[in-house]
Write a protein that binds this ligand. Sequence first.
Ligand SMILES: Nc1nc2c(ncn2[C@@H]2O[C@H](COP(=O)(O)OP(=O)(O)OP(=O)(O)O)[C@@H](O)[C@H]2O)c(=O)[nH]1
Length: 410
Amino acid sequence: MLITSLAAISVMALVSPLLLEQRFEDLTHKEHLNQFVELIQRFKKQDPDWGSPQSSAALASQLAQIQAQSPIPSEQQGNRSLVLTMDLSHSEYVVTDPNGHIFVAAGEYQVGEQLPPAALKRATPLSQNSDVLGYALKTGTTNLNNHDSTYLVTLSQSMLIGAAAGLMITLLLSLTMGRQLIKQLRNLTRAAMEMSKGNLDQQVNIKGDDEVAILAREFNRMCQELQNTYAELTASNETIKAQAEAMQELSLRDELTGLHNRRYFNQQFRLMHHQAMRYGDPLTLALGDIDHFKLINDRYSHQIGDAVLRQLAQLMQEEVRESDVLARYGGEEFVLLMPQTSNDQAEALLNRIRTKVESWPWEKICKGLAVTISFGISDKLEKDMGHSMLVDADNKLYQAKDQGRNRVCI
Ligand SMILES: Nc1nc2c(ncn2[C@@H]2O[C@H](COP(=O)(O)OP(=O)(O)OP(=O)(O)O)[C@@H](O)[C@H]2O)c(=O)[nH]1
């Protein structure tokens, strides 16, 4: 923009004086011609023999005299004299009769010749009333008189000084505006780079109302929108994540008791069994089964049976460790996986649970209700992904049932 402005002013400074000179010359030429036509008309008025050889010779001689001496501020007497103060010293004119025969010569034209048609076309008719007295053609270049030349030079110099002042002002303005522009663009670039790093909280200062300010305003608006959209997306992501986690958790939970389900137990059992096998850590598995649960359902209703299951899950949950895995294994069956626990320790824990179940006031749920539970325990670690341990615990549970229920077998 700066370069364009400077170039425009420089071209203007160079071309304007030329155009001015050209225009000045045109106007001077026109002015001279008008004066010349007036002069001829006045001559004609005083010379009734206009067009005669004597008249033509008299005019030619007068003009030669004028051109040689002018300006002529004289009032010459006589039939064929002119009264004028016109300065013809800088102009040369060809004058013809109405038919284009030259009787006043100048430049390359000679007296008595016929003015060529092209030149005649350019010539100015010398008219009086409606009569065409002849034609006048200016030849050569228009030389300006001293006064006009001085005027033109002064004008050209003024224009050059004006252009120089314009250049200086443009330069100063451009530098000042350029600094401001660069500062704003730097701020914008910095903010954009921060955004690309993921810092969406970007706002740049806005000064003025120019294109950069409009760009900065749009940038700020875009940042704000991006920030809002990002916040919405993050919130929605969080919700989706939370829902996915909740669903995942639900898929691993038993709906009735809230304990983990058999699927979760299977996952954990595989892991813990593998770990215990690898590092030689103790691992104990207990299978529990409510005694005569069918009778409870039959005698007190299925709803009471469900309430028993829920309460029993809670009682067991209260007794086990965080690191233990307690799950509902099937209908009225529970499974408890105890890492870092020996058979004896497991037996003690399950007896504690068994006693707690037996002594819990079941009458709160239903009058006459009594609940007991039997457990089978195994610590059998074999390279069969836990199969032996499960079978062994199940066998021990049957053993407990066989031996009269409400007991723990290891
Ligand atoms: N209320 C209720 N009952 C269930 C649920 N799941 C299984 N049952 C019942 O639990 C009972 C299990 O009965 P059985 O397998 O004969 O065993 P049991 O009556 O407890 O007898 P033992 O185990 O030998 O002491 C069946 O009647 C099932 O219908 C449940 O979610 N809710």
